[in-house]
Design a protein. Structure first.
Length: 87
């Protein structure tokens, strides 16, 4: 496979036929994977998926609880700062 770029579009007088760099990339050989490795990867994927779901659920539950706490803190601030104003 050959990749080329036409730099003459951007640089007037550029020779598009010149070779700037030539790198030979070796072919990749597919490795054989054992059944035990495939089973371990599948188990790790399921465990990660379950942990992500649990984390999402806990995050949603905790965000509701934190909204309650912030609401109570806001109410306390109003009550404690009310004597500072001459109403």
């Amino acid at each position: 496979m050959t990749l080329s770029a036409n730099f003459s579009d951007f640089e007037p007088g550029w020779n598009d036929g010149s070779v700037l760099a030539l790198v030979e990339v070796p072919r990749l050989h597919l490795a054989t994977v054992s059944e035990e490795t495939l089973a371990a990867v599948d188990t790790a994927g399921s465990t990660t998926q379950a942990a992500t779901a649990v984390t999402l659920g806990m995050n949603i539950a905790m965000s509701g609880a934190m909204a309650q706490v912030w609401g109570m803190i806001n109410g306390l601030q109003i009550i404690t700062q009310l004597p500072l104003f001459a109403v």
